[in-house]
Design a protein around this ligand. Structure first.
Ligand SMILES: Nc1ncnc2c1ncn2[C@@H]1O[C@H](COP(=O)(O)OP(=O)(O)OP(=O)(O)O)[C@@H](O)[C@H]1O
Ligand SMILES: [Mg+2]
Length: 293
């Protein structure tokens, strides 16, 4: 089953995997011949059971992981085996958001966001000043603007570890924005959050995607969130892509194919409750929440 939504050949390709393989040193084949083209205007959700290879695929895209076969291209540049300085350049252009936020807990929110600017500010003087938490006014302004975009500018001077999980994830998104990325990768960004915070974080990513036209790829375990936010959904299973299509095509038969038969008991219990209170204040058009009891 492969409902291919291929992006137009003429469109600028943000990231492309060609016959991508990754076998870890212990012999685990995490990716087996993955082919994927992702274009500028896409908001992609990757679904799949634990161990399917979702994180490995994302990590190949910013070269936290080196592929063992095939190739990976970022904005038409082959980055499969780049190393050293070139790898740092790639990572500066690709924003990565993690489940555990990866903030420096004892630093303020603003300082965490300013860390996203480091890749743009060259020179030993700037780096030396940053060690003493001295940042040029222009850089502070950029960081504050990023906090404004995720609606938490009032928390700028609070220590990162005093924030809720949802707020910390928005700081992580602001830090990524400060990087001025050309691609945003988010590996289970809402896995540690309650449903209301998860919704706000997904909405924030969608807003940024729409306002700045940055392609966003999100790994998720929450099928309903994936359905609502993913313009294109990729289903992975055992290191392979087994579905590539829109949310409408993601029917129960397809989900069973991605997740296996154990999904059946969960599907039977999916219901549609009234819209959650926080969504009444931040309505998302055409959206009703679904939860599993
Ligand atoms: N560093 C590593 N060394 C060896 N095996 C690894 C390593 N990282 C991942 N794997 C294995 O590769 C396979 C794919 O892992 P990956 O983390 O990409 O899956 P995933 O779909 O992200 O899973 P989850 O939903 O649990 O995060 C798994 O079998 C995993 O155990
Ligand atoms: Mg993972």
């Amino acid at each position: 089953m492969n409902h291919q939504v291929s992006c137009c050949e003429s469109q600028n390709c943000a990231v492309e995997a060609r016959g991508l393989c990754k076998t870890y040193p212990n012999g685990t084949r995490a990716l087996k011949n993955v082919n994927l083209r992702i274009c500028g205007s896409e908001f992609i959700v990757i679904l799949g059971p634990s161990g399917a290879g979702k994180s490995t695929l994302l990590r190949c895209m910013n070269r936290l992981v080196e592929p063992t076969g095939g190739s990976i291209h970022f904005l038409n540049e082959n980055i499969t085996h780049v190393s050293g300085r070139n790898i740092r350049k790639i990572r500066a252009r690709v924003g990565m958001i993690f489940q555990q936020f990866n903030l420096v807990r004892r630093l303020s929110v603003l300082e965490n966001v300013l860390a996203g600017r480091l890749a743009h500010c060259h020179g030993l003087l700037w780096k030396g000043l940053s060690l003493f938490k001295i940042f040029p006014r222009s850089e502070r302004e950029i960081a504050l603007e990023c906090l404004r975009k995720v609606h938490i500018e009032e928390l700028a001077f609070q220590r990162a570890d005093t924030l809720s999980g949802g707020q910390q994830q928005r700081v992580a998104i602001a830090r990524t924005l400060a990087q001025e990325p050309e691609l945003i990768l988010a590996d289970e960004p809402v896995a540690s959050l309650d449903p209301a915070s998860a919704e706000i974080v997904m909405q924030t990513l969608q807003d940024i995607h729409e306002a700045q036209k940055i392609p966003v790829i999100v790994n998720l375990h929450q099928i309903e969130l994936g359905r609502r936010y993913g313009k294109r959904i990729i289903g992975m299973k055992a290191g392979e892509i087994c579905f590539d299509g829109s949310a409408i095509d993601l029917d129960n038969q397809t989900l069973r194919c991605i997740y296996g038969k154990e999904l059946d008991s969960g599907l039977g219990r999916i219901k549609r409750p009234p819209v959650a209170p926080f969504l009444q204040h931040h309505p998302v058009p055409g959206v009703a929440l679904a939860t599993v009891e």
